[in-house]
Ligand binder design. Structure first.
Ligand SMILES: Nc1ncnc2c1ncn2[C@@H]1O[C@H](COP(=O)(O)OP(=O)(O)O)[C@@H](O)[C@H]1O
Ligand SMILES: [Mg+2]
Length: 227
């Protein structure tokens, strides 16, 4: 029998800011499972808790309460060293702002995180070139960010996220700063990465963008209202 392994399981997650009088329940009891190879869009209005959830899924933040299992490992019990290893090897991050380094060209931007992973120079170059080719930017390798459009910069950021071949891509409003044509190009890339077998979690406030994912999960006031 075919079963999808749950790669990500969060169970009854709370994130509470300013506990006490002015408390904000950014996440108010969220449970969600994501199978290996799924493409899930988490959609909700501004302030609904999407980025908080993404930061927890990305091991960038910890919940106030609740459990998170990533590929069978209880994230709460992991050392900082292991968490860094997970962030570097298992997860690729894409954000709304492209966060490229202005003094570096596209190839150098994609290579930089590979340096931190200890990959030798020749390997870095080959992986970065492969990633830029996947996002259709081989002819922009030597362009600096200010010599590229927003859509191209976001594609460089995606190349940077996938260069080390992490199995999971987390994208928080990746099309938020883009016109609809460039946004559609980014979605095509995320879809093709998913077709290659990567698990993709896309966060967006835009229902039209969310509709191209395999599954849409709606979040409202820190709670999942449909999935
Ligand atoms: N560091 C923080 N301190 C206090 N409140 C926060 C903090 N971060 C987020 N919030 C609040 O948590 C809620 C969810 O925020 P967020 O996850 O950023 O929503 P979204 O990404 O859906 O716009 C919002 O009400 C926000 O104001
Ligand atoms: Mg957000």
């Amino acid at each position: 029998m075919f079963t999808i392994e749950n790669l990500i399981t969060i169970s009854n997650i709370y994130k509470i800011y300013n506990k006490g009088e002015n408390e904000v329940r950014a996440l108010n009891g969220v449970s969600l499972s994501i199978g290996e190879g799924e493409f899930v869009a988490i959609v909700g209005q501004s302030g609904s808790g999407k980025s908080t959830l993404m930061n927890i899924l990305g091991c960038l933040d910890t919940p106030t309460m609740g459990e998170y299992y990533l590929d069978g490992e209880n994230v709460a019990g992991l050392s900082e060293k292991r968490l860094t290893q997970i962030r570097n090897c298992e997860l690729g991050f894409v954000f709304q702002g492209f966060n490229l380094i202005s003094g570096l060209d596209a190839l150098e931007n994609v290579e930089l995180p590979l340096l931190y992973r200890g990959i030798p120079k020749s390997g870095r170059r080959a992986l970065a070139q492969e990633a830029l080719s996947k996002v259709g930017l081989t002819n922009r390798e030597n362009h600096k960010p200010d010599q590229m459009s927003g859509g191209q910069q976001q594609r460089v950021a995606i190349a940077r996220a996938i260069a080390a071949k992490p199995p999971i891509i987390l994208a928080d409003e990746p099309t938020g700063n883009l016109d609809s044509k460039s946004g559609a190009a980014v979605m095509r890339i995320l879809n093709s990465l998913n077709e290659e077998g990567k698990t993709v979690v896309l966060i967006t406030h835009d229902e039209k963008i969310a509709a191209s994912a395999g599954r849409v999960v709606q979040i409202q006031d820190g709670q999942i209202v449909s999935q």
